[in-house]
Design a protein around this ligand. Structure first.
Ligand SMILES: [Zn+2]
Length: 236
């Protein structure tokens, strides 16, 4: 037990859900922070709300950062750009990267931490994203921690040390799921797809492909698809 309070960045996907359940076991009080940034898969917000409720967080903070849509430069926020299909390329920034998005998220989280008096931030960055998303690398997380310590009054006046926790660093998707299953993460309430079709995952975008491969490797059917299929049968 870390014995304190923390904020978890929660998107509604597999990684942040796993980070949230990890935080539940480490901290007495957990706050979740979710961003609306003009993402085309804003359905993930409903999943984030459900996860926050199931995790019993102290407070789920929703923040509007839709200016990132005006910045554009990403297939996730610019409707004129197409979401790619197929697996992630072996390396290089992908068009679904949102320019400096995670840095903006980290700094906004830092502002809430300052006001709430919370020194610990939990982020679900992991090894499967590193080849294609520059702002998920371990050096990015260290730099964010250094920035928050340099800029926050928590460090300046109160001499507190801000810590950025990355419990999934070094883990790839199948190992994240294995960890989450042990922690009891309700993966049927996690959303990954960038290009939802009628409230269902497209099955073609890189994150859908990666998710399917990961559950196949773990050896279980994707709990989200199982749940959606059951609900569909009920409706018929
Ligand atoms: Zn998809």
């Amino acid at each position: 037990m870390e014995n304190g309070r923390c904020i978890v960045l929660l998107s509604g996907g597999i990684d942040s859900a796993t980070a949230l359940w990890w935080a539940k076991g480490k901290f007495e009080e957990v706050y979740a922070l979710t961003f609306l940034y003009g993402q085309r898969h804003s359905v993930e917000l409903e999943y984030a709300k459900k996860l926050a409720e199931m995790a019993g967080v102290r407070e789920h903070i929703l923040v509007d950062l839709t200016f990132l849509k005006r910045v554009g430069g990403s297939a996730l926020t610019d409707e004129k750009m197409e979401v790619p299909e197929g697996p992630y390329p072996p390396e290089g920034t992908i068009s679904t990267y949102v320019p400096l998005r995670n840095s903006v998220f980290g700094v906004v989280a830092g502002a809430y931490m300052e006001v709430y008096g919370i020194t610990d931030l939990v982020i679900g960055v992991h090894a499967s994203d590193v080849p294609n998303y520059p702002d998920t690398r371990p050096e990015w997380a260290s730099a964010l921690e250094a920035l928050l310590n340099a800029g926050s009054s928590l460090a300046f006046d109160r001499k507190l040390r801000i810590r950025v926790h990355t419990p999934l660093v070094g883990l790839k998707k199948p190992d994240i799921i294995r960890l989450g299953l042990k922690l009891g993460v309700p993966y049927e309430w996690t959303w990954s797809c960038y290009s939802p079709v009628d409230g269902k995952p497209c099955g073609k975008c890189p994150t859908c492909v990666q998710r399917a491969e990961a559950f196949a490797e773990v050896g279980i059917p994707d709990p989200l698809l199982v749940r959606l299929e059951k609900e569909e049968k009920k409706e018929v």
